[in-house]
Design a protein around this ligand. Structure first.
Ligand code: KG4
Ligand code: ZN
Length: 340
């Protein structure tokens, strides 16, 4: 690692958040700016890639300026520029990566490419003001977002190995699709969590355990909800909607938590890190904290959903790999975990 690259300006545009942040030493957040497009995409019931790209272009300059403002727009404090290279929407990734390239080139700074899914893990390294230190490796990490569900083993701050992943829908994707089936809004995760609060807990939906594997599957659960909605024959009232939302949420949480805790026991790690947008779910947080055999690290809500502070943290910890591309770096919409 090059210790000279301590203060990093990072840009994130992999989906529908235009974000920029400045982070020192992969830990101290000097600024963290997020411009969400969610209100624009909500009317379409999901993220429209072309719309996302255009919105990123409109927002990027102001978001980067806002991230630099707390430093007095003093570029001499910035050692490198980082950007998400993948995975994500190709057009959206292009806007942020190319903005980062232009800034790096104009200021004569190195460019660090970042893997977005890995970056969700490094959100736990950011100082959240709680006084608690970063999680000590070895760790088991559960990454649950709109595009990814995976369980990984972090041997040290730079070595991530995949244990298992979803065989069909990502956990967040399942929340979004089931919310649509239930006639709840977008994004589905918060809508389901809200609806479930009114449930009595009288309904039970199946769990896909996939025994002897760390993989996950959520499409069968989604189909089970669909059958229930069809059985109601269009008469889906608020009470039934709440029961289905709660039963779905419990099924997802139960599988995620038990598999993560089993892996932590089997690998005898010292801690568990929960990351990604679905980590905003209070039921998931509470169940993991209650059942985990080891201490759990969960970033504050604002660092769980997409942001650029986590991109800067990942750029710091994985800078050797991220620097290798130079300015010839291209986007990688299907980038896998472990690749940068
Ligand atoms: O990590 P993220 O912000 O973006 C991706 O990289 O995908 O995750 C977004 C996902 C969406 O599917 C959203 O429905 C889900 O996270 N999500 C939640 C909650 N808040 C956001 N899922 C369950 N409960 C929540 N409270
Ligand atoms: Zn994400």
């Amino acid at each position: 690692m090059n210790p000279a690259l301590r203060t990093i300006l990072a840009i994130e545009t992999s989906c529908d958040e235009t974000a920029a942040a400045v982070v020192r030493d992969g830990r101290v957040v000097l600024s963290n700016v997020v411009a969400s497009q969610i209100d624009i995409h909500r009317r379409f019931g999901g993220v429209v890639p072309e719309v996302a790209s255009r919105q990123h272009i409109l927002a990027l300059d102001a978001v980067v300026q806002a991230a630099l403002a707390p430093l007095g727009a003093d570029w001499s404090m910035i050692d490198a520029v980082a950007a998400t290279r993948g995975p994500g929407l190709a057009g959206a990734l292009l806007t942020g990566l190319h903005a980062a390239k232009a800034l790096a080139w104009a200021r004569g700074l190195p460019l660090i490419a970042v893997n977005h899914v890995e970056a969700h893990v490094y959100a736990s390294w950011l100082d959240d003001g709680s006084g608690r230190g970063p999680p000590p490796a070895p760790l088991v990490v559960l990454i649950v977002s709109g595009g990814h569900t995976l369980l990984a083993h972090l041997a040290d701050a730079r070595t991530l190995q995949v244990l298992g992943q979803t065989r069909d829908d990502a956990a967040g994707e399942a929340f979004d699709k089931v919310a649509r089936l239930l006639g709840l809004g977008f994004p589905g995760g918060p809508a389901i969590e809200r609806a479930a609060r009114a449930a009595t807990g009288s309904m039970h939906l199946p769990r896909a355990w996939l025994r002897d594997s760390d993989d996950f599957s959520f499409s069968g659960l989604k189909t089970a909800v669909l059958h229930q909605v069809r059985a109601a024959g269009g008469a889906l009232d608020d009470a039934l909607r709440a029961e289905l939302a709660a039963a779905f949420q419990e099924s997802v949480v139960d599988v995620l938590v038990r598999k993560t805790c089993d892996a932590a026991r089997r690998l005898a790690v010292g801690g568990i890190v929960l990351a990604g947008g679905v980590a905003a779910n209070q039921r998931l947080r509470a169940a993991l904290l209650a059942q985990a055999p080891v201490p759990v690290w969960v970033p504050p809500l604002a660092l769980c959903t997409d942001n650029a502070a986590m991109i800067a943290a990942a750029a710091f910890w994985r800078q050797d790999a991220g620097l290798a591309h130079g300015l010839a770096c291209d986007v990688a919409p299907s980038l896998r975990l472990g690749q940068v």
